[in-house]
Write a protein that binds this ligand. Structure first.
Ligand code: GLY
Length: 412
C-alpha cells in the first residue's frame, strides 16, 4: 500500500512538473551538419587544413567584432578540449554519411594519437582520446584506433593512487595548492575509456581502477543532498578526504552546473558499464537534485553556470544542459517507466530550449551560444564552446535513436 502511494505521488509530481516540447530532431541534426560545413570552410588556411589546431571557442567579444570562426588551440596535452572537434566530426559523419566529413574526422583524430605514448599530463585523456578515437572506433572499427585507445587508457591508469582509490586529476596542483592528491568531478567522464580498454585488450585492472574511482568519488565527493564539490582533496598517507572545494564554481559550498552535469553523465555511464544497482540509484540521486533545483534560477531548462551564483553573475551554461540532456536520455533507459518518462521529458525540454533559443544560426559557425567555461577566472563567459556542441550533437543522435526504438549503448 505504502509503495503504491509513493508511486502515485511520484507520478503526480512528474506529471505536474512538465510536459515535453518535441523538437524536429532531423531538422536540428541538419542544422548541425550545415554548421560543420561552414566551420570546416572557416578552418581552411592556405588551401588546406592544419589538423593540429582544434576549435575551442568563439567569445562574446568575437561576435561583437563580427568574427564568426572558431578560435583554435594546438592539440597539446595541456589543451583538454582537443578531442571534441574530432568527436563532432564523427557524429556528423555518422548522421550525414558525408565521406569528406569522415576523412576530416580521421585527420583531426590522428593528431591526438601521440597521447598513447606520452606520460600523462593529467586526467583529461579520456575526453581527448575517447571522444575522438572512441567515436572513430565505434563508427569505423580498426586495430590502429583500438591500440591508441588502449595505450592511452594504460597511461591514464598511471595516475591512479591505490591508497586513495582515485585517479589524480591535476598533478600540477599538488605543489601549487598544497593538495596531496586532488580529484575533480570532471574526471568521472574519463572512466569510460578505461572500461572500454579493459574489454578490448587492455590490462584487466583498468576495470578495477574505474570502479574504485567511481566508488571512492561517490563516497567522498558529494554533499548529503547529492550535489557535488568540484574538487576533492585527499591525504596520500591515510587515503582520507581532507576537504571538498571549488575551482570553477562560485564557492566551495555551491553547485557548479557543469560539475553536476559530469556527475550525472558519469554515474549513468558507470551503471551501464558495471550494472551495479548502487550506481543506478546514485545516478538518480545526483540527477534529481539538479532537476529539483533547476527551476529556481532558470525558466528555460538551461542552468546558470552555478546554481548559487549571485545576481550579478548570471551567465548561463548551455554546455551543462547539453551534457545533462544526453545523460538523461541514457538514464531513462535504465529506470522504471514513470521515472523514464520524467527523465526523457526533461531531456526533450532541454533540447527544445537549446534548439530554439541557444543556436548560433548565422551569427557564427558553432551550433550553440551561451556556455560558460571558467567564470571565476573570467574565461569563456557567455561563449560558444566546443564541448557544448559535442554533447548537443550526441544528445540529438541519442534522441533520434530512442525515437526509432533503438537502445543507447554508449557514446553516440
Ligand atoms: N574542467 C572541465 C570543465 O570545464 O568542465
Amino acid at each position: 500500500m505504502k509503495k503504491k502511494v509513493i508511486i502515485a505521488l511520484s507520478l503526480l509530481v512528474c506529471a505536474s512538473y512538465i510536459s515535453a516540447q518535441r523538437i524536429d530532431v532531423d531538422k536540428e541534426l541538419n542544422y548541425c551538419h550545415q554548421q560543420v560545413q561552414r566551420a570546416l570552410d572557416g578552418l581552411k588556411t592556405n588551401g588546406g587544413w592544419d589538423y593540429s589546431q582544434m576549435p575551442r571557442n568563439i567569445l562574446a567579444q568575437d561576435l561583437k567584432n563580427g568574427k564568426t570562426k572558431w578560435n583554435c588551440r594546438p592539440s597539446t596535452p595541456e589543451e583538454w578540449c582537443g578531442g571534441f572537434w574530432p568527436g563532432v566530426l564523427w557524429y556528423d559523419y555518422e548522421f550525414s554519411g558525408d565521406a569528406f566529413v569522415g576523412r576530416q574526422a580521421n585527420n583531426y583524430t590522428a593528431s591526438l594519437a601521440y597521447l598513447a605514448d606520452r606520460e600523462p599530463y593529467d586526467h583529461d585523456l579520456g575526453f581527448l582520446v575517447y571522444c575522438s578515437f572512441g567515436n572513430g572506433m565505434r563508427i569505423v572499427p580498426n586495430a590502429a584506433y583500438r591500440d591508441v585507445i588502449v595505450g592511452t587508457a594504460e597511461q591514464l591508469a598511471k595516475l591512479y593512487n591505490p591508497t586513495v582509490g582515485t585517479i589524480l586529476s591535476w598533478p600540477r596542483e599538488v605543489k601549487k595548492q598544497g593538495w596531496p592528491h586532488n580529484t575533480i568531478m570532471d574526471n568521472m567522464i574519463n572512466l569510460e575509456m578505461l572500461f572500454w580498454a579493459s574489454r578490448n585488450g587492455g590490462s584487466s585492472n583498468l576495470y578495477d581502477v574505474a570502479v574504485d574511482h567511481a566508488t571512492t568519488t561517490m563516497n567522498n565527493h558529494f554533499r548529503k543532498d547529492g550535489s557535488c564539490y568540484h574538487v576533492a582533496v585527499y591525504d596520500t598517507i591515510s587515503g582520507k578526504l581532507i576537504k571538498g572545494v571549488t575551482h570553477q564554481g562560485y564557492a566551495d559550498h555551491t553547485m557548479w552546473a557543469r560539475g553536476q552535469s559530469w556527475a550525472i553523465y558519469g554515474y549513468t555511464m558507470v551503471y551501464r558499464e558495471t550494472r551495479d544497482p548502487k550506481f543506478l540509484s546514485f545516478a538518480q540521486k545526483v540527477t534529481d537534485i539538479y532537476l529539483k533545483r533547476l527551476p529556481e534560477r532558470s525558466n528555460d531548462w538551461v542552468p546558470l553556470w552555478d546554481f548559487d551564483a549571485p545576481d550579478n553573475m548570471t551567465s548561463k551554461d548551455a554546455s551543462a544542459a547539453c551534457v545533462v540532456a544526453s545523460a538523461l536520455l541514457e538514464l531513462s533507459c535504465y529506470v522504471d517507466s514513470a521515472k523514464a518518462a520524467y527523465y526523457r521529458d526533461c531531456a526533450e525540454n532541454m533540447l527544445y530550449s537549446l534548439s530554439r533559443n541557444y543556436q548560433s544560426g548565422e551569427q557564427c559557425v558553432s551550433f550553440l551560444l551561451h556556455s560558460t567555461g571558467h567564470h571565476p577566472a573570467g574565461s569563456e563567459i557567455d561563449a560558444a564552446i566546443i564541448y557544448a556542441d559535442y554533447y548537443y550533437y550526441e544528445a540529438l543522435l541519442r534522441l533520434r535513436r530512442l525515437r526509432q526504438g533503438r537502445p543507447i549503448l554508449g557514446i553516440g
